[in-house]
Ligand binder design. Structure first.
Ligand SMILES: *[C@@H]1O[C@H](CO)[C@@H](O)[C@H](O)[C@H]1NC(C)=O
Ligand SMILES: [Zn+2]
Length: 528
């Protein structure tokens, strides 16, 4: 979506042409990482091995186990990921939540801010100080740090190096795989395309996050059996065994000669309809299955759930919650509820990944109001999960993949509108907003040597683009640590400050699956 202000500020800044490549969504640079080689002296050689990160996580887990007072094990694990949900985003979102309820706001809490444990995770990637959602997904879902733009592969795979990515020796298993190997069920829920970087961390191995459908896989790579991400989800393990897949992204599954239920054209060049192929594959296994594409169908199917459920509610990402029609579009809490209902039927337990993926997109557009609202929606989804699950046998972990460069400026009185200007003025006598960004499309070119007054526009709507200090088409991620909240068995393992790649190892330990199985001292009722 191109916002008017974005265009105006770019024209004003004289930067009509992009100085760098952005991906097809216009949010992320797709050239970063690719120019660097594996020999870059900045990545210490041992870190290219996934075993390095596994040993690193397991040895610290041994130390942390001392602080762990829980005795049971986590039959179920639900991981919530707020994409780009920085600590400043949490602070501002909770304040907005309280102010919407007529309170001053600062004292309010998001649902997961009541959890007994909070820690901090370090999000840098192998070749980058500031993470993207691909390398970070490898860390928090597969337990090893990776190179920028790559998913589910070790540091031996540089961005765009498809031959290295298709080598099984470089592919990482995710915690969703570990759960399936232990006879538990697995599923993914997201507000982005189900083939987008974060959910893809649960099932894909790829040298580029942008290879979502066949046309995206660069010509030099097609001969190397590099399957596009949608194909991996439908036809490869562990994706084909996921019991629930709910999100957006129909276009990555449909041929470009076909339009979907809402009239949008597919993006595939190979003529394949992967939604039909998903249904056929389930038919061949003799399992019950259903494909749904709107909220009404989702509500109906939730009354009598099939064994396998695929829900694709938009051609691309789901709409921002504040811009969606709630008659036709499901909320993240509704999607989460259906997923948990479905997965809870397995007595062995399950792993579910739930992403509030558009917090990130709104921040990239400097649309702080939308970013905060998407965060509040994630909070509602966590609250729903907490209602449906028991603290005795279910671990809920809530975290972010990376930060953003939104900051909260002083000095406003207690209860001042978090979306509004600061009570103070700049040294130039012009107001400034409490929320602003280090960079992004919200940069305003000075007029007549004067900074533009940001309060001249209506900042109460969701479309208001918050000011940025440096002009950029798309605001950047931030490199600060992100928070990790935990509730349920072994929640105390998540306190402290640790590498993002430790997170799945700690979840697996609590659940006695994958690499956590052998060290598990809290014996589950059954192992396989
Ligand atoms: C939402 O969608 C329903 C069903 O298509 C329609 O009747 C209604 O007018 C829509 N509401 C808005 C606000 O657009
Ligand atoms: Zn992003």
């Amino acid at each position: 979506m191109v916002r008017l202000l974005t265009l105006l500020s770019l024209l004003a800044a004289g930067s009509c042409g992009r100085r760098y490549g952005l991906d097809k969504d216009g949010y992320h640079r797709d050239d970063v990482g690719s120019r660097r080689s594996l020999q870059t002296p900045s990545t210490p050689a041992p870190e290219l091995e996934s075993e390095y990160w596994s040993r690193d996580a397991q040895s610290e887990l041994g130390e942390r186990a001392w602080y762990d007072g829980s005795s049971g094990y986590a039959r179920n694990v639900v991981m919530f990921l707020g994409d780009g949900m920085s600590v400043a985003t949490l602070t501002a979102a909770r304040t907005l939540l309280g102010q919407r309820r007529g309170q001053t706001g600062e004292e309010s809490r998001l649902s997961f801010e009541h959890f007994p444990t909070v820690g901090l995770s370090k999000t840098y990637c192998l070749d980058a100080q500031v993470a993207d959602s691909a390398c970070s997904a490898s860390a928090y879902l597969c337990g090893a740090k990776a190179n920028l733009g790559t998913i589910g592969v070790s540091g031996h795979v540089a961005r765009h190096h498809c031959t290295a990515a298709t080598d099984a020796a470089h592919q990482l298993a995710s915690i969703a795989s570990w759960a399936l190997d232990a006879d538990r069920d697995a599923g993914i829920v997201t507000t982005t395309r189900v083939t987008h970087a974060s959910p893809a961390g649960a099932y894909a191995h790829t040298a580029d996050r942008n290879w979502e459908s066949d046309g995206d896989v660069t010509a030099g790579c097609s001969g190397h059996a590099q399957l596009d991400i949608a194909q991996q989800l439908v036809h490869a393990r562990p994706g084909k065994d996921f019991k629930v897949i709910l999100g957006g992204g129909r276009r990555e599954f449909l041929p470009n000669t076909m339009t979907d239920e809402e009239g949008s054209r597919g993006r595939r060049y190979d003529g394949r309809n992967l939604i039909s192929e998903w249904l056929t594959e389930k038919d061949s296994r003799g399992v019950t299955h259903e494909y749904v594409w709107n909220r009404q169908q989702l509500m109906e199917v939730s009354e009598e759930l099939p064994e396998y459920l695929l829900g694709l509610f938009e051609p691309s990402h789901l709409q921002y919650h504040m811009e969606a029609n709630h008659t036709t579009e499901p909320t993240l809490a509704e999607l989460t509820e259906v997923a948990i209902k479905s997965l809870s039927r397995n007595k062995e337990g399950f792993f579910l990944f739930v992403e509030g993926g558009r917090i990130d997109h709104a921040h990239h557009e400097n649309l702080a109001h939308l970013a905060l609202d998407e965060t509040i929606e994630l909070s509602a989804a966590v609250e729903k999960a907490r209602e449906l699950l028991s603290e005795q046998d279910s671990l809920i972990v809530v975290t972010a993949d990376h930060a953003h460069v939104m900051s909260i400026s002083g000095y406003t009185q207690r209860g001042g509108d978090i979306l509004g200007p600061s009570d103070a003025l700049g040294d130039d006598g012009i107001p400034y907003m409490t929320l602003s960004y280090g960079n992004g499309p919200g940069y305003r070119e000075p007029r007549g040597g004067q900074r533009v007054d940001p309060t001249r526009q209506d900042y109460r709507g969701s479309e208001y683009v918050y000011p940025a200090a440096v002009p950029l088409d798309s605001e950047t991620h931030g490199g600060d640590d992100v928070a990790v909240f935990a509730w349920g068995p072994h929640h105390a393992l998540f306190s402290g400050l640790y590498e993002q790649s430790h997170i799945p190892h700690r979840m697996a330990y609590a659940a006695c699956i994958g690499p956590g199985k052998h060290a598990c001292q809290h014996s589950p009722h059954s192992t396989t």
